[in-house]
Ligand binder design. Structure first.
Ligand code: PGA
Length: 240
C-alpha cells in the first residue's frame, strides 16, 4: 500500500480523477466501483469535466455503487443513489445497463446482495474508490464485520448515524446500510482510499499505522498490494 499526500482537497481530487481517467483510457470496459460522500464529490466533478473535454468513451464502462442507506427512496437527495445519478451517471450519460446500484426499497435485501455478488463475480472490479468513516468504516463495513464478507446488510453504529445526518436537509432515520463487503475490496485490482481535512487525521493514522483487523476496517488497506491512500496534508498530519 502507498500513501500520497497532496496539498489540499482540490489537489487530491485532481490526482484521483486523473487516475480514473487514465484507467478508462487504457481500458474502456473499466469496472469502476465508487463510494458517495463529501470526500469524492470534487473527484467526480473533475472526472466528468475531463471526460467531456477529452471526449473519452464511456459507453463500455460499468459503474457499481459501493453502498446505500436502507429504506431511502432514490429521489432522497441524501441517498447514495441520488448522489451517483447526479454526480456521475447522468452527466456521463451512462445507460441503465451500465450501472448497478442497490435497490433498498426491495422487500428482499438478501436477494439484492446476491444480485450484486453475481455482478461483481462475473465482471470483477478494476478500480474501487472509497472513503473512510470516523469509526474506520469503508462503505458500511462497520467495525467487527469480517473481512471475508461479500455484499451484506449492516446495522450502523451510532457515530455513522450521527455523522450521516450531514447528507440530509432534515433529521433522517438511519438504521441500516447495505454494502459491498471487504472481500471484494481485496479482490479489486486497484483500491484508492480518499480522506481530507484535519477531522480525518486520527483515522488516517489508525488506518496506516494501526494493527490490521476488523476492529478498524480501513486497516485492510495495509494488506492490499495495489492499495493507495490519497490524502491532503491535514489528513496526513499525524503520520508525517
Ligand atoms: P465523507 O464520508 O466522504 O462524507 O467524509 C466518508 C465515509 O463515511 O465513508
Amino acid at each position: 500500500m502507498k500513501h500520497i499526500i497532496l496539498n489540499n482537497h482540490e489537489g487530491m481530487s485532481d490526482y484521483c480523477a486523473n487516475i480514473i481517467l487514465d484507467s478508462l483510457n487504457q481500458n474502456p470496459a473499466l469496472v469502476l466501483c465508487m463510494a458517495s460522500g463529501h470526500t469524492p464529490t470534487r473527484t467526480c466533478e473533475l472526472l466528468v469535466e475531463k471526460i467531456q473535454k477529452e471526449k473519452v468513451d464511456t459507453t463500455k464502462m460499468t459503474f457499481i455503487g459501493l453502498d446505500e442507506w436502507v429504506g431511502l427512496p432514490p429521489d432522497n437527495e441524501g441517498s447514495c443513489h441520488y448522489y451517483f445519478q447526479h454526480h456521475l451517471l447522468l452527466p456521463l450519460g451512462l445507460k441503465p445497463t451500465q450501472f448497478h446500484l442497490f435497490d433498498v426499497l426491495s422487500e428482499d435485501l438478501h436477494k439484492e446482495c446476491e444480485k450484486m455478488n453475481a455482478v461483481i463475480e462475473s465482471k470483477g472490479i478494476d478500480l474501487m474508490i472509497v472513503g473512510i468513516g470516523m469509526n474506520g468504516h469503508i462503505g458500511f463495513n462497520e467495525p467487527g464485520i469480517p473481512f471475508s464478507n461479500k455484499c451484506h446488510v449492516a446495522k450502523l453504529e451510532e457515530i455513522t448515524k450521527e455523522v450521516g445526518q450531514k447528507y440530509f436537509s432534515g433529521e433522517t432515520k438511519l438504521d441500516k446500510g447495505i454494502t459491498i463487503g471487504l472481500q471484494y475490496l481485496m479482490q479489486s485490482k486497484q483500491v484508492i482510499l480518499l480522506a481530507n481535512g484535519l477531522k480525518k487525521a486520527a483515522v488516517i493514522k489508525e488506518a496506516i499505522k494501526g494493527p490490521v483487523g476488523t476492529a478498524f476496517p480501513a486497516s485492510i488497506m495495509q494488506t492490499h498490494s495495489n492499495g493507495l491512500i490519497i490524502t491532503c496534508s491535514e489528513a496526513a498530519s499525524l503520520v508525517q
